[in-house]
Design a protein around this ligand. Sequence first.
Ligand SMILES: Cc1cc2nc3c(=O)[nH]c(=O)nc-3n(C[C@H](O)[C@H](O)[C@H](O)COP(=O)(O)OP(=O)(O)OC[C@H]3O[C@@H](n4cnc5c(N)ncnc54)[C@H](O)[C@@H]3O)c2cc1C
Length: 523
Amino acid sequence: MSNAFDFIIVGAGSAGCVLAGRLTQDPNVRVLLLEAGTAREPLASRVPAAFSTLFKTRHDWAHQTEPEPALGGRRLYIPRGKVLGGSSAMNAMIYMRGNPIDYDGWASGGADGWSYADVLPDFVRAEDQARGASDAHGAGGPLRVEDLICKNPLSAAFVAACEEVGLAHNDDFNSGIQDGAGFYQVTQKGGRRWSAANAYLFPALRRPNLSVARGVHATRVVLENGRARGVEYIDGGQRKIARADLEIVLAAGAIGSPQLLLLSGIGPADELARHGIPVVARLDGVGQNLQDHPFAGVAYHCKEPVSLLNAEGLSALLQYVFARRGPLTSNIAEAGGFVRSKDGLDAPDIQFHFAAAFYVDHGFVKPPGHGFSIGPTLVAPTSRGHIGLRSTDPTAPPVIVGNVLSQASEIAALVAGVRLARKIAAADAFVRFRGSELLPGDGARTDDELTAHIRATAELLYHPCGTCKMGKDELAVVDPELRVKGVAGLRVADASVMPVIPRGNTNAPTIMIAERLARWLAT
Ligand SMILES: Cc1cc2nc3c(=O)[nH]c(=O)nc-3n(C[C@H](O)[C@H](O)[C@H](O)COP(=O)(O)OP(=O)(O)OC[C@H]3O[C@@H](n4cnc5c(N)ncnc54)[C@H](O)[C@@H]3O)c2cc1C
């Protein structure tokens, strides 16, 4: 490995892969990419329907929150990819940008230059849309976006049932209009996952100006006279330092990036003092403003043997191996929709994730037989959590306080979401399939009973963000050019810079953020 670099990027996840791939398009720019994960592309990452088998393996950081006060003291599991591609190598592949109103909100909240009109060209630039280019979509970009190859009949029933109960059909959630129900598009190419590593990093691996160090754990940013000069990391038990002539970009994700800033002496003074870390830059927002999308379980037994349980059979395996077709190409959450939980909202606050399978406790609990799940997900949460250090040991998992569903209005929105999910499941389109209700179950009918069900079972939908937010207020960690305030030569570009969580899944927005920074750094 060369030891002269212009840029060091920490984390080869969704954002880090974009930056490494884009920056090294210029042969004169030397980049070092540091990644804690060791694997290039585990088989369970490649095969779409297998992603949840990566949970709690060595490819997963497997974080968890502290006991959540509003959820009966339960700790919530937060999977995060530890592999090339990061979380995009183990996600559910739904391609979703969020609602235009989200980005307009970022801009009016102090993230100048991040309105929907500003960010749309970067979404488009990233995209290789199988349906072709249009005003809203790009073709020929690195990130392949396709329609599902194999649509489960239960997912089709869900889409039909939504229409029966009055939801509009939505054939493209990324057109600028989210409301309605339909099939999701996925980040896949020809039946295999198309992670940020597939899209941006793997094509760049042969470039002589790109060095990728796998299995190395970054421990802190090396700062000299208020300027970031390098990154310290552990490699095979040894501490090493790599230096950058130009800039260091943290792309370690919404949990890793604030942890690294804190370990480097950049953060709230009291948090640093608690751990005896000298303050290099006081930034009160580091680790604050944590947001994610909580969802409630609604699940039914299925009378016909058509669910994705069949993806586990021999015929599905043969179909996949020989033709890259069949149920193993499924992203599990094949269909969904966006609705407003009450009148007067200016955008949807509930997203449905429909799975043609049981999805109980992240798939760890497997009820017998065939089933289907409708996950009402709160996409405009108002609770805010925070991340802090557990100790100065950089390999110790940080303290994550979610404060999930701590607001009564959030529970009320999810209760409305569960009621609508039940209405959808009761529609004629499901008559052939609908067996008894597993969740919430017959015992949960009143608002109080549904609230108790939500508090007992709600989980997070894998979208942590906001912990190094961009903006201009006192909690902003980075400015709208993603520069860490008060520290020269250091930026953050990943899901942590989102000031407010978008309405929808967060992979495409993270890639958009990194595309923007890559464009700025290249000019
Ligand atoms: C199970 C699951 C399902 C999801 N489903 C969807 C979906 O269907 N659609 C969607 O849009 N989004 C989905 N998401 C969310 C989406 O994948 C993430 O929002 C996105 O990948 C975040 O990108 P990132 O670059 O911020 O972080 P990550 O992709 O998590 O990348 C961070 C990288 O930094 C590395 N790292 C961290 N700390 C260190 C350190 N100290 N030293 C070295 N390396 C380090 C990590 O190993 C990782 O590779 C899902 C996520 C998960 C986990």
